[in-house]
Ligand binder design. Structure first.
Ligand code: GLA
Ligand code: GLA
Length: 705
């Protein structure tokens, strides 16, 4: 153990770090021999758990690791809240315990993901450096006692974070049993103090160059907001100039990115290339732009909690697809609930079998790891009631056996899934700017942009059985169909990209509220869909928030014989057709007079491509008809084939393999006819027809591709 007493020794930063450390000469640390273990790449399907050895007597560790090994657990994530144990006083580093925990895990064939502990700065730190505390929106500083009390933009805190991350990397960056790093934990809380505001103003200056440009782009003549000095610009988070609101969120995102990059830079040069670097994100959380923050990571990961209720395969499945889209490759579920959580209104447990079903649903959507938070109930601390795999008494909870079954199954299926990922013919475009812009000005309080996205996702996925959710700036040429629900903010560059996609033969479907705003959250001077209106050969004449559903008429060319009425629910746009070859797919019935008989959805062929605009939020039945039309018109094929309701199909392919995971998330036992004979990997044998009980799972390998 090295004890450095002077703060300037412990706090060397950036370029100085190597110099400082060579002076410190980190020798003499007691080393525990670590046997080499398989690298993550050799184990393509990982089962993990969050373990907190610092909370338990060392004599107990072996028993815990033994139980983990018996459950088939491959890795533990450790350290992410252990700063006060790693550095109990400033400059007094204690890593020997961590090294012994890693070595003992290796003896049980359990690998380690190390978390940097920066989401939980120790009390001595906040006491000595109170300026590192985040300032709440009401101007009060946060305080010690919980976690995430640090200020993400504070330079002093960055030095401290860099230091602890570097010390960890220097010690464990070449440890053969450490497979990766998690930076911090669930980025979420910003700071609103005078220094943050100053940094925001500097950031605005680098973005806009001159105040004239900013004033023009934000139309600050409105309500006398014109700025004559950068230091006049405030922070607004909910009701402010839309340009100001959007820029604050972009600043928040860039600042999380640089907060994270500071730690990546501390680790990467001192870590083996095989050690991955990730962080645990939070699904639909929109506190920052995840595309911005993901770009410096080698792997995307998220914490997948159901909370109250049960697994919703649509909302949760789409969150997986969203996370897969951050880096457009497989991802990890870094945390998920072992049965139940402690923070919902009612913390009901998932049913018996549901945890296993959920893990396969995760893998089906492209997760290469599923990790349970947390291993054992702590004896004290804020989360005593949370679900675990082992009780406070140190013996397995009832759920342990179900996770152990997963461990056996993961081992069996891993070779078939190696090198496979999710391939889709359909993409849904997702944009944080658009979500923020709508949420700041919903116009109909019931209109939720995530729900709107899911209203498209649900029927599209039911048919196609695989969907990508990607940034509106992602490459699109591989998709037969690209759907953009409520793509409210469309920059000039994005518009050009979408136009090129259509001209290249793709089918672009824009949902209501699309193409209204520009890159500064200002209104496009053209009517919606703004820069895409010419290509569409039609536009939005007026939008209407609906206080009651409005009937819509038309069948998307499906010649459906049903007499059930169809409705626009929360939002209706009165469309018009300008070009002679733009067709009307749907019209409004009797309504407010303005909408009566007017077009609600229009489409236009553009060479081999097509652009469609759906100007209303549609009820589920109408959306299903719309989805069928989109898929048929675009030539999208089903990934597997028809299955009974309740059966979820998840295709994964690559490396010459084609694997289907089937999970019964319905309430009834179902029989599935396979499109061809396949190998049942879990049960060994060839099958052409199979029966699945509720929550049951099967993994099928089709003939090699
Ligand atoms: C008030 C204000 C106006 C405008 C309208 C909007 O009447 O005086 O400036 O904000 O509300 O309805
Ligand atoms: C989050 C955190 C964990 C834990 C869980 C509880 O995911 O990252 O530390 O608090 O919630 O559900």
């Amino acid at each position: 153990m090295i004890i450095l007493s002077k703060p300037n020794w412990t706090r060397c930063f950036s370029a100085l770090i190597t110099l400082c450390l060579s002076a410190a000469v980190l020798t003499g640390a007691s080393q525990v021999a670590t046997p080499p273990t398989a690298s993550a790449s050799q184990t393509p399907l990982l089962l993990g758990t969050a373990w907190y050895p610092e909370q338990w007597p060392e004599a107990r560790w072996d028993a815990d690791l033994e139980l983990m090994e018996n459950a088939g657990i491959h890795f533990v994530r450790i350290g992410e809240f252990a700063w006060s144990t790693m550095e109990p006083a400033e400059g007094e580093y204690k890593f020997d315990w961590l090294e012994r925990a890693i070595a003992l895990a290796a003896q049980h064939h359990i690998q380690v993901v190390l978390g940097t502990p920066t989401a939980a700065p120790p009390a001595w730190l906040t006491q000595k450096y109170p300026e590192t505390l985040r300032i709440n929106e009401d101007g009060r500083p946060d305080e010690h006692g919980n976690r995430q009390q640090f200020n993400w933009s504070d330079l002093e805190y960055r030095e401290l974070a860099h230091d602890i991350a570097f010390r960890m990397a220097d010690r464990f960056g070449h440890n053969p049993n450490v497979i990766g790093w998690q930076i911090d934990n669930e980025y979420a809380s910003e700071s609103y103090g005078p220094k943050d505001r100053q940094r925001f103003q500097e950031w605005l200056k680098s973005r806009y160059g001159t105040l004239d440009a900013l004033n023009a782009r934000w139309t600050t003549a409105y309500w006398s907001e014109s700025y004559t000095g950068w230091n006049q610009i405030p922070i607004e988070t909910s009701y402010g100039n839309p340009g100001l609101l959007l820029n604050w969120k972009l600043f928040v995102s860039d600042t999380w990115r640089s907060y994270q990059k500071n730690q990546i830079d501390a680790i990467r040069p001192h870590a083996d290339a095989r050690q991955l670097i990730t962080t645990n994100m939070m699904g639909w959380f929109d506190g920052y732009d995840h595309y911005t923050v993901s770009q410096d990571l080698g792997l995307a990961a998220w914490d997948d909690y159901v909370g109250q209720g049960h697994l919703d395969p649509i909302r949760n499945g789409a969150a997986h697809d969203l996370t897969r889209g951050f880096l457009n490759k497989n991802f990890w579920v870094m945390e998920t609930q072992p049965g139940f959580v402690n923070w919902a209104r009612v913390n009901n447990a998932l049913d018996k079998g549901e945890v296993r079903a959920m893990a396969w649903h995760d893998v089906g959507h492209g997760a290469d790891a599923v990790s349970y938070w947390q291993w054992r109930s702590p004896l004290n601390g804020q989360e005593e009631y949370h679900g675990t795999l082992v009780g406070a008494d140190g013996t397995p909870a009832p759920l342990y056996a179900e996770v152990a079954q997963l461990g056996r199954e993961f081992a069996k299926v891993a070779p078939a899934l190696a090198g496979t990922s999710v391939q889709s013919e359909v993409a849904i475009l997702h944009s944080y700017e658009s979500r923020w812009a709508i949420n700041w000005q919903r116009h109909n309080s019931e209109y939720d942009p995530v729900k709107e996205l899911l209203s498209y996702y649900d029927p599209l996925r039911e048919y196609a059985q695989s969907i990508d959710i990607v940034s509106s700036d992602a490459p699109l040429s591989q998709y037969k169909l690209v759907v953009a629900p409520a793509l409210n903010v469309i920059s000039e560059e994005t518009a050009q990209k979408l136009i090129a996609y259509v001209r290249g033969g793709g089918h672009l479907v824009l949902g209501d509220r699309s193409g209204m705003k520009d890159a500064d959250n200002g209104l496009w001077p053209q009517r919606q869909p703004g820069p895409l209106a010419d290509l569409l050969g039609g536009r939005v004449e007026q939008f209407y928030a609906l206080d009651a559903p409005v009937e819509v008429l038309g069948d998307f060319g499906q010649a459906s014989s049903t007499t059930t009425k169809q409705y626009a629910t929360l939002w209706a746009e009165q469309l018009s057709v300008k070009a002679s070859d733009t067709e009307i797919l749907l019209r409004y019935g009797k309504s407010n007079g303005w909408l009566d008989g007017q077009p609600a959805a229009i489409t236009r062929r553009v060479g081999a491509g097509r652009i469609t605009y759906i100007g209303a939020s549609l009820d589920a039945k109408t959306m299903a008809a719309a989805a069928n039309w989109m898929l048929k018109t675009s030539g999208v094929t089903r990934a597997f084939g028809p299955v009974p309701a309740g059966i979820e199909v998840y295709p994964r392919s690559g490396n010459g393999k084609l694997v289907y995971i089937l999970v019964n998330l319905g309430k009834k036992t179902e029989t599935v006819d396979l499109p061809a004979e396949m190998t049942d990997i879990l049960h060994d044998g060839r099958v052409k027809r199979l029966t699945l009980q509720p929550y049951d799972v099967t993994v099928l390998q089709a003939a090699n591709r």
